[in-house]
Design a protein around this ligand. Structure first.
Ligand SMILES: Nc1nc2c(c(=O)[nH]1)N[C@H]1C(S)=C(S)[C@@H](COP(=O)(O)O)O[C@H]1N2
Ligand SMILES: [Mo]
Length: 356
């Protein structure tokens, strides 16, 4: 594949980045207060166009190395045993807009994350029914949306190993937060892969293909790799790195978003998550002095965890930060980890505050 990689940018955002940022949308940080992000506040990342799919005529095809390849309609899927997973999903490019030099793409600051309950059929049920052959090495999920990236035309498609695909909580979802899936989130059916960065959760699913090799599609083999220099093969993005955010306290300035807070006791509130084991610790720093925050009970194995901290705010300018540690021992860095494409930036959030 002749890849046309875009040149890195330092400084102001380009018109193309602003256009991507208005088409897609982040979760406003004040929505961190909800356990479940209301559907209209859930972040969105749509590479091409939302495809025009008619639920009545839509079918999901399972094909490739399967002894019983076949099609499923939505009504049939709805009649099968259902499963609901509560899952925090974060875009692998979240935080890219804060790296420098940065890769020209969706310039997320930190709002490319949300939590929803997805209801549908366990993928394993369909894979068992279609009798996937033992020689299968990858399961490919083909979306109906199509376009160009880096000069190559393709449909949005991603793959998983059979081992990942057979996890019970990997679901083909037709509902979100108890309501029918919305067009922008992948209706009539999408894949959801808990613990992984969002790119794995293919929307507008049309076809599932079992293959005996490694899938070489653009979104699998070229995009979504950690690379320290352009051109190298890199390491695929998979599970979400440990991360956390706080609801910025006080009231914002309209244009610069800087916060104004009243002096006195301030209750800080946030969420922490990781795709690599439970969140074990959250710390908050005021002007660089770290203290443990209070972690609330787990909200499920794939969902963010609520935390709170009390801050006796004294008059003046202050910098607030938070950072989480997960069960694997990973802790958020203070500076963005380097990646050419700006993936996996889990650097501790910074909130500038004026206390009056
Ligand atoms: N078919 C298809 N699936 C897709 C995408 C897409 O553009 N097309 N974007 C992916 C990316 S990069 C992310 S982060 C999540 C975002 O899901 P959401 O828009 O429902 O929040 O969907 C993933 N699935
Ligand atoms: Mo993403």
């Amino acid at each position: 594949m002749a890849e046309k990689r875009r040149a890195p940018i330092v400084g102001r955002y380009t018109q193309e980045e602003v256009a991507l940022a208005t088409r897609n949308s982040g979760m406003p940080l004040e929505a961190l207060r909800y356990d479940l992000t209301p559907a209209g506040l859930h972040y969105l990342l749509i590479h091409f166009d939302i495809p025009a799919l008619e639920t009545a005529s839509w079918m999901l095809r399972i094909e490739g190395l399967a002894s019983r390849p076949r099609d499923f309609g939505l009504e049939e899927l709805r009649r099968m045993p259902s499963r609901t997973v509560r899952m925090t999903m974060e875009c692998a490019g979240n935080g890219r807009g804060q790296t420098s030099p940065r890769y020209p793409s969706m310039p997320w600051m930190e709002e490319g994350v949300s939590t929803a309950e997805w209801t549908g059929v366990s993928l394993s049920i369909l894979l068992n029914e279609s009798k996937i052959k033992p020689s299968v090495r990858e399961i490919v999920f083909h979306g109906a949306d199509r376009g160009f990236d880096r000069g190559i035309e393709h449909s949005y498609s991603r793959s998983l190993t059979p081992e990942e695909a057979m996890r019970d909580d990997v679901v083909l979802a037709y509902a979100m937060n108890g309501a029918p899936l919305l067009p922008q989130h992948g209706a009539p059916l999408r894949l959801v892969v808990p613990d992984w960065y969002g790119m794995a959760s293919v929307k507008w699913l049309e076809r599932i293909e079992a293959i005996d090799g490694a899938f070489d599609g653009v979104q699998q083999a070229l995009s979504y790799h950690f690379r320290s220099v352009a051109g190298e093969k890199g390491m695929p993005c998979t599970r979400m790195r440990v991360n956390s955010l706080m609801v910025p306290p006080g009231i914002p300035d309209y244009f610069g978003r800087r916060r104004t807070v009243e002096a006195g006791m301030v209750e800080l509130l946030g969420r922490a998550w990781s795709g690599d084991g439970e969140v074990k610790r959250v710390e908050v720093a005021v002007d660089g002095a770290w203290q443990d925050a209070k972690l609330e009970a787990s909200a499920g194995p794939h969902a963010w965890r609520r935390w709170t901290a009390r801050w006796l705010a004294a008059k003046g300018a202050h910098e607030l930060r938070c950072r989480a540690t997960d069960a694997s021992g990973a802790v958020q860095p203070l500076e963005p980890p380097w990646d050419v494409t700006g993936f996996g930036n889990n650097a501790a959030q910074k909130v500038e505050v004026t206390v009056r």
